[in-house]
Write a protein that binds this ligand. Sequence first.
Ligand SMILES: *Cc1c(COP(=O)(O)O)cnc(C)c1O
Length: 434
Amino acid sequence: MKYYSTNHTAPMASLEEAVVKGLAGDRGLYMPENIKALPKKFFDNIDTMSFQEIAYTVADAFFGEDVEAEALKKIVYDTLAFDCPIVPVTEEIYSLELFHGPTLAFKDVGARFMARLLQYFIKKENKGGLVNVLVATSGDTGSAVANGFLGVDGIHVYVLYPKGKVSPIQECQFTTLGKNITAIEVDGVFDDCQALVKTAFMDEELNKQKMLTSANSINVARFLPQAFYYFYAYAQLKKLGKADNMVMCVPSGNFGNICAALFGHRMGLPIKRFIAANNANDIFFQYLKTGRYNPQPSKATLANAMDVGDPSNFARIYELYKGDHKVITSLIGGATYSDEEIANTMRECYADTKYVLDPHGACGFQALKDLLQPGETGVFCETAHPAKFKEKVDDILATDIEIPQRLQAFMKGTKQSVAMTKDFADFKSYLIKL
Ligand SMILES: *Cc1c(COP(=O)(O)O)cnc(C)c1O
């Protein structure tokens, strides 16, 4: 399968090129040349299949031409070493819990898949040498990528993060791992980390000496596998006899997660309609209302992983529907919530149902409460475990929620990091000397 750029000027790329490059040469996002519809038989029987079987069928439609069946199966099965169950919160609203992976957020799925696919290409080419993955993080991405690549042969990951600007729980998820993961603590802010990574990719001398790649969230190998769990959510609802009028609601920031759901829909997944739930960063909500896409500086909110003022994957959604505002608004609804509304939702939901929402999932739950029609069944993505935001959640709910074992395990490890200035010359000389 070939991949084209949403900006339509860069040359088509193979899967391997698209994965290694991340962003196309014209700064567009890669799109698969075709999105295969899956047969009716698959959807008829989907409720009898395991998560891994369902995911492999979906993966085969995207990657089957480029990765041998056995290898692809192993990548899928290794990636999905944890469940993504739907859990009832009310009679007609279910939580799709995407936090049962190693770093307790949905980004584990994409990061684990990408790590294994990259390893497959490295082995196949027998490139020897080490591939260096550079990733800048403001918190959650670093942990998912670091844990996704942990122990993967032939790859070394450098996580650049701003000193003193990530929460202690987040920090320990990428600084205590050791092995092929190095945490680099930059004396600066997130933008400085990102600038160091971007400059490194443009530096000719560095790229001649070292094989560098990025694990950015716009990478096709991170974003497409997120489609797996939408098919599985449908399968679980079907088993309950409630899948006929399914509405899927996705708390959205950079819009990669909902975009994967829309790709699933294009493959025939019978979801009736979608809702993108925003926090106060309501660029998409405004687009739905007005037809104008008007990027804004991002605002800091309670649901901080959704603080995006210019969502990258909007370009993919626009491309998928050829920019037809009517088609987009007939399939996708929107909602936007202030911090106060998010906190109220968390309190109300806890009081009524005992279900603990994290601030991101709370946007999804509230959007379904506000927009679900009679006869519909809603599923929202619970995109992270509430314990990842323990201080905020406890403060809002007056609780002392338990930190899951696997998160506690990170917190017991010893922090190891390399101190770095925000000066590119320092970072470059560090990489060259490796
Ligand atoms: C990344 C993230 C989101 C936003 O997902 P997008 O794919 O960027 O829209 C939502 N919630 C949590 C917890 C996240 O980490």
